[in-house]
Design a protein around this ligand. Sequence first.
Ligand code: PBE
Length: 269
Amino acid sequence: NPKQSVGKQINYTITGIEAGAGEMATTQKAMKAYGLDKGNWQLQTSSTAAMLATLGKSIRYKQPIVITGWTPHWMFTKYKLKFLKDPKNIYGKTEDIHTIVRKGLKKDKPEAYEMLNRFNWKPEQMSSVMLKVNHGESPRKAANDWIKQHKSQVDSWTKGLKHVHGQKIKLTYVAWDSEIASTNLVANVLRSMGYKVTIQAMELQPMWASIATKAADATVSAWLPNTQGLYYKDFKGRFVDLGKNLHGAKVGLAVPTYMKNVNTISDLK
Ligand code: PBE
């Protein structure tokens, strides 16, 4: 049975990412739902960088691999990957990325609040900034170039808002490529409005906590409803959800397209 041999070949290991990532929790749930937990399958905790390095190596040697994948991300541009079908809908069909701000921001920094409330863009637009950063451009410059090339879209986020004079604002994020792109973009737009912006990368749980405790003002990095749903629930009532800034993200187990016999999560059993 070629399907069984895939599991054997990769030691029944799903190559995962950071322990605190929303997708890791969803994957644990998926493994239970599809009965992989009763087999020998295990989800390996690692880092995004290590997962991508292992993925690159497997693809170079055309070896099987199962990863926790997501898009927008350049992994889907650089490599031929497919998401495994998820008939039990554990990962959800599409995800949105939300802007989450601390309570009281509207009153304290109304201009920033309004800009953050209006901010939205498309997966292809986020991908284009990510790709530039992946090719070696600094995130701040890649974001600024994008701003120059999308003036009317950016103007619609700041239209009619008063200029402020060096008021401080702090954004938190996790250093995933998608969040590096969006956070730098929003930081630069806020700078153009006169804010003195700090951006601070951290792990996912502290990121949500930073908004709940008001240690930070905002994050544009909340993948919902599934991926970071646990944090959303945990901190409910201690943040303001400004809704989606991007529609059509996706999260799930992914494999290289040359793994012809593996198309749905149950095929791993
Ligand atoms: N991710 C990428 C994150 C959000 C962005 C899917 C790895 C997660 O929380 O799992």
